[in-house]
Design a protein around this ligand. Structure first.
Ligand SMILES: [Zn+2]
Length: 119
């Protein structure tokens, strides 16, 4: 019998110091805390940087802005009047961002039923 030599035995047992790492899976819990974001800054904990922050708000042209624009146009206002809604923050969606990490935390949409209109 002829045994081909040259193959090192594959007994590559890990030596000391190497322990099998049993990582607890970092479950990225995106807890969308159903916070009632309104059109004012809210005191909350940022889910991205875990800091106690007060959200920065930014007004954004939302559906209601355009609806108001169209509505005013239909009523028959002259040119210019239909631009009024774009100047009214009360018609706009409100985007809440974290002042610390600038992540978007939530949005308050005035056209979405059931959000923020309780109480
Ligand atoms: Zn943050």
């Amino acid at each position: 019998t002829k045994r081909s030599r040259g193959y090192p035995p594959t007994s590559h047992a890990p030596g000391g110091g190497y322990a099998p790492v049993v990582t607890a899976q970092p479950t990225t819990v995106v807890v969308m805390t159903n916070q009632n974001f309104r059109d004012v800054p809210v005191n909350t904990v940022c889910q991205f940087c875990n800091q106690q922050i007060i959200t920065c708000i930014r007004f954004q042209d939302g559906l209601l802005t355009y609806l108001a624009c169209v509505g005013i146009c239909l009523i028959g206002c002259d040119l210019g009047c239909c631009l009024i809604p774009f100047c009214l923050d009360s018609c706009k969606d409100v985007v809440h961002t974290c002042p610390n990490c600038n992540h978007k935390l939530g949005k308050f949409s005035r056209t979405r039923p059931g959000t923020g209109n309780q109480n």
